[in-house]
Design a protein around this ligand. Structure first.
Ligand SMILES: [Zn+2]
Length: 63
């Protein structure tokens, strides 16, 4: 599993590339940071909508 944190617009100081859609998350845009529980070096920044879609894809059948 992973820890999901909310990054508020004022905390977003850099642009990131979302691994879900490969689109840019602009600096100043609120988004999510997802940190794998057992591999914190692999933290990734996601658009909220992309992460929710990814979660459904990964965990949909378990729910
Ligand atoms: Zn995205």
């Amino acid at each position: 599993m992973e820890t999901v944190g909310l990054v508020q617009p004022y905390q977003a100081r850099k642009r990131y590339v979302c691994p879900g859609c490969h689109g840019v998350i602009e600096a100043g845009e609120g988004h999510l940071v997802v940190v794998p529980e057992h591999n914190p070096d692999l933290r990734r920044h996601w658009h909220r909508a992309c992460w929710h879609r990814e979660r459904r894809r990964r965990h949909g059948r378990e729910a």
